[in-house]
Design a protein around this ligand. Sequence first.
Ligand SMILES: Cc1ncc(COP(=O)(O)O)c(C=O)c1O
Length: 449
Amino acid sequence: MHHYGPATNKLARAVMDYALARIRMDPPPLDGPRHADELERTAGPTITEDGIGGVEALRVFGDVLAPATISVDHPTYLSFVPAAPTETSILADLLVGASSIFGGTWLEGAGAVHAENEALDFIADLVGLPDSAGGVFVTGGTSGNLSALVAARHTAIAKRGRPPGRFSLIASRESHSSVASAAAVMDIDIVSAAIDDQRRLTGDAVRTALDGMSPEDREGVFAVVATAGTTNMGVVDDLVGLAEVCAENDLWFHVDGAYGGAALLSPRTRGLFDGVEHADSFIVDPHKWLFAPYDSCALLYRDPDLAAAAHTQKAGYLDVLEHERSPSDLAHHLTRRARGLPFWFSLATHGVKAYREAVESSLSLAEATRSIIADHEDLELLEPTGLSVVVFRRIGWDKSAYQEWSDRLLRQGLAFVTPTKVDGETVLRFCFINPRTTEHHVELILSTL
Ligand SMILES: Cc1ncc(COP(=O)(O)O)c(C=O)c1O
């Protein structure tokens, strides 16, 4: 198995040819899911005593498995939060895979970690965090939120001891589902504060929530989670007000910019993020709107020592690592892929201006789409939406009409646009992050409504 002979050489060329052909596709086929039965039938048994050989495994991948995965980088994939990794970042991902880097420790991964740290510093500068800030790339926003909140609670215990009752954090109902998931894992409560008429969580709403609590419950509150770009509507919470209320009450201020944080790059949207510089922790996913491949979330702490106190694993065989700060110390993980390298490589290759322009192209497309929809007699915009999210209703349609339309577009390979729910109503939502998505694509999709 560990032998680079002629067969491996042939396979290497075939794999590289496949990868390069996929990278070059503009656009790739949209593809779509298949039933498990169909996959079992068409892929056939692949795990055998003697192996099916690499050429056959590649054939199964190319002919059966890959077409049963939706191409998230297709320009008309506008569901959830799409991805659009640069060609360069995909190539760098191949490098990372080929290099057997243990990204968990400085001892083993110093070179890679150095470059990851430079990329993290770049993001910390955009946020306005002090030079002493630091962090780590984790798998995604879900693990970023969890690790940040574990550090927050650990810090609260160190400062104030355990509360008489339960721990809780304050968030709004617009915050991402991963915040509730983190709370469940941590066995803590979420106090849901009201949103304002712009769908933002505000400092005043958090004050009201705190005022409504018993002194005992109040002692258990340790953090406020702000969202800088809600997934469903693209709204940035009132970060200035939230930072203030956190400072007044000695609460950890976590900002979830998993989707929206990329808009820090644009002078057009930077003002929405005022106050983010007060964050105790911040996340943004390069695998969303910063054009990196899966999986990659940049998790930053104002004071990385607080995170290390919460997360550093201790064991006799790990004692040799004590002298250097390692990425594994800053989140709930030990072994890790150097998953920040593709983002670093691509940012280093293309420069910041290219990233700013790519983010701005989605902001412009969202603006153009809002005005096309506003002028359309069968469509109605839902307000407010922000950043690169556009939400609208097709007048007269119900939930099943939306779903049938969405299924049909995917089946036809035309687009992947799933319905969402806003205040209980099923509606449609576009999330733009792909610079290859154009007004022409939008018009094509709208013409089918
Ligand atoms: C605001 C926000 N936070 C967290 C997440 C979770 O990120 P991930 O899917 O990378 O775990 C998402 C995903 O869409 C998100 O939009």
